[in-house]
Design a protein around this ligand. Structure first.
Ligand SMILES: NC(=O)c1ccc[n+]([C@@H]2O[C@H](COP(=O)([O-])OP(=O)(O)OC[C@H]3O[C@@H](n4cnc5c(N)ncnc54)[C@H](OP(=O)(O)O)[C@@H]3O)[C@@H](O)[C@H]2O)c1
Length: 307
């Protein structure tokens, strides 16, 4: 079967012929239709992700994918061959950028009829990160103001919609065509970060969702109200700076919370939210998808089709 793998860290990920995996007890074999990339894939390739995951080489990329169950292992009762699923694999074990992928049965949720496999594959990491960073970590409430940095990217595309739907006032930073996208997704105000210094445009916000890190994060403490909350997905915040500004700051790390993914998918479908796809390319054009993902300029998610 075709698989996009690396054999050592800092390899260039390439399509190669790989053995079709066997299912064991409690696992399912999925015929993959679509797999979505995340910044995490670049961290797996560089080896940095070893800080968080026990990475087994060679490894197939893409934790997030969707397809049809081909075969189930013994003890699996919740799925049968032919079921359409969204799967969220452990980044250390093996991903879904292949014709077939094996995951624990518990790592799958049903793909609703309303979503294509491409849309389903785009949800796990980005959707769960957006939701839990905003509501479990930052505890964003209706009526509060949230500044979302990186609003046009994979996580940002979901975060803007979730915050808007929850009744928060959303201020988004983006650039170029990302500005119109953020507005379209529900941002009340957009700031072109390449043209304007956001620290002079915004003050007294309740929450900053930092999806960018670096200077963007360190300059964000000053726009929070006293007692405000900064949550980053990009890098650990500076506790001393947070204390000096009288604000709370934390980092959110997503794990494959498939148990929460089903509810999130139902919520996205039930509320007619958009799954923003930057581009969908065939596995034969993987290099194009990889270049776009690693450019850091994505507008929503980058999806690779396998069927
Ligand atoms: N901790 C976790 O569990 C977890 C989970 C998911 C993601 N993450 C991290 O969260 C971050 C976002 O992930 P993602 O999937 O959304 O990435 P992504 O899809 O690659 O998003 C990149 C977006 O960031 C925007 N951007 C870059 N610099 C910016 C700046 N200074 N101000 C505003 N926007 C800026 C880009 O827009 P322009 O083209 O306009 O620059 C682009 O739209 C990454 O650092 C990723 O590693 C962490």
């Amino acid at each position: 079967m075709r698989a996009v793998r690396i054999h050592r860290f800092n390899d260039t990920p390439r399509i190669e012929d790989a053995p079709t995996p066997d299912v064991e007890t409690g696992e399912v074999l999925v015929r993959v239709q679509a797999a979505a990339l995340n910044p995490l894939d670049a961290l797996v390739v560089s080896g940095f992700a070893q800080h968080f995951f026990d990475i087994r080489l060679p490894i197939t990329l893409a934790t997030d994918f969707a397809g049809v169950i081909e075969r189930v292992g013994s003890g699996v009762t919740q799925w049968k061959a032919g079921d359409q699923v969204i799967a969220w694999a452990d980044a250390g074990v093996s991903g879904g950028l292949a014709d077939f992928a094996v995951v624990p049965a518990s790592a799958c949720v049903a793909l609703p009829d309303a979503l294509s496999a491409a849309q389903g594959s785009a949800i796990p990491t980005a959707g769960i990160t957006a939701w839990h960073a905003l509501f479990s970590s930052a505890k964003l409430k209706a009526g509060e103001t949230v500044l979302i940095h990186g609003a046009a990217g994979g996580v940002g595309g979901f975060a803007v919609q979730f915050a808007h739907m929850a009744g928060a006032r959303v201020i988004a930073t983006a650039s170029g065509d990302g500005l119109a996208l953020a507005r379209d997704l529900g941002a009340d105000e957009v700031i072109d970060y390449q043209a304007r210094d956001f620290t002079t445009a915004v003050s007294g916000v309740d929450v900053v969702l930092d999806l960018v890190g670096g200077e963007t994060q360190s300059r964000s403490y000053s726009v929070l109200r006293p007692g405000g909350r900064l949550v980053s997905t990009a890098m650990p915040p500076d506790e001393a700076m947070a204390k000096a500004h009288g604000v709370e700051a934390s980092i959110f790390y997503a794990k494959p919370y498939a148990d929460r993914l089903g509810d999130l998918v139902a919520m996205i479908v039930g509320n007619g939210l958009k799954v923003v796809i930057d581009r969908q390319v065939s596995i034969d054009a993987f290099d194009e998808a990889w270049a776009r993902q690693t450019s850091g300029r994505a507008r929503g998610k980058i999806v690779v089709s396998l069927s």
